[in-house]
Design a protein around this ligand. Structure first.
Ligand SMILES: Nc1nc2c(ncn2[C@@H]2O[C@H](COP(=O)(O)OP(=O)(O)OP(=O)(O)O)[C@@H](O)[C@H]2O)c(=O)[nH]1
Ligand SMILES: [Mg+2]
Length: 290
């Protein structure tokens, strides 16, 4: 039987998934990378479905389990139930979205997620940033889930040790980074520490961005996105039930006059950091095989 689905010749953008357990800093990271406070951040667990960020005229849609999209008031995400929602599709005008889509995911042990969610979702992802809080970094439950992900993600993805500011002194920080590198380094392209809240508070200051780890994160992302295989052309699905939001609603062209970068270098806030990408993130070609 032939497959007569039309194919959109334009390649889709790479998809970067922000993963980790509850309160690991995924939404704080999303907001840092987006350069705006879009993802809800709270001390207790957030009850939200995945939030998929794409470049476009600002606006959000709730995508139901059947693939149907309904408009969502910008500030009303807290009312969205993960039980009957596939995801929130949020369009924003953010520099990083010129280079990739960002997906802010629920905690990996969220009981609201369908049992097969990770199995069906992860093959759609090109690169993951796994957030693990420094004070309890790389728990067994995290390792167990990461070992189940498609192995091609291991060599591309980043393990980000968040809340590094909670460690007392340089020695404790170095110790936790060394331990996590030893335990998980072979399953990631790199392991980096960061203070997300510190970076957010000082995002306009180069020194703060270096010392908090945000600059290294941006360098990693530039290199990782550059090294990805070109994504496959977008396949137009046949039935609404099989629609993922990125297919159903291709992002509108950037607004006329927008400063479009056609190269591969993403301009992540603050833009000037990405220009120093030649300093490079360390690459870890070795990885464990399945
Ligand atoms: N001190 C410190 N606090 C952080 C850091 N990253 C995140 N937090 C705090 O941790 C709490 C949870 O952050 P979120 O970004 O909401 O975490 P999340 O992973 O999105 O949480 P869920 O969506 O509920 O799974 C918030 O109070 C953040 O301010 C960090 O690097 N340092
Ligand atoms: Mg969150």
């Amino acid at each position: 039987m032939t497959d007569d689905r039309p194919t959109d010749p334009s390649p889709r953008k790479p998809r970067v998934a922000l993963m980790g357990e509850f309160s690991a800093g995924k939404s704080t990271l999303a907001n840092l990378l987006l350069g705006q406070n879009s993802s809800p951040v709270q001390v207790t667990a957030t009850q939200l479905p995945p939030v998929w960020y794409q470049l476009g005229t600002p606006g959000a849609q709730r995508i139901g389990l059947d693939g149907a999209a309904t408009p969502l008031p910008a500030e009303d995400w807290t009312a969205v139930s993960p039980e009957d929602t596939q995801m929130i599709l949020a369009r924003l005008d953010a520099d990083i979205l010129q280079a990739c889509d960002l997906i802010d995911l629920p905690g990996t042990s969220d009981p609201n997620m369908a049992p097969d969610f990770w199995d069906t979702f992860l093959p759609k992802v090109d690169l993951a940033i796994w957030c693990t809080p420094a004070n309890q970094a790389w728990r067994q439950s995290e390792a167990a889930l990461w070992e189940q992900v498609p192995p091609q993600l291991w060599t591309k993805s980043l393990l980000l040790i968040t809340r590094i500011d909670k460690m007392q002194g340089e020695r404790d920080r170095a110790r936790v980074v060394a331990r996590v590198r030893a335990e998980a380094g072979a399953l990631f392209r790199d392991v980096l520490p960061i203070s997300l809240t510190g970076a957010l508070a000082g995002r306009d200051n180069d020194d703060v961005l270096e010392t908090t780890g945000a600059a290294a994160l941006v360098r990693f992302l530039c290199h990782a996105l550059e090294g990805l295989d070109p994504p496959a052309p977008v396949e137009t699905p046949r039935a609404a039930a099989t629609v993922t939001p990125v297919h159903q609603n291709p992002p509108p062209s950037p607004a006329a006059g927008a400063d479009i970068d056609t190269g591969t270098e993403p301009r992540i806030v603050p833009r000037r950091i990405t220009r120093s990408k030649s300093q490079g993130a360390r690459s870890r070609p070795e990885h464990r095989t399945a």
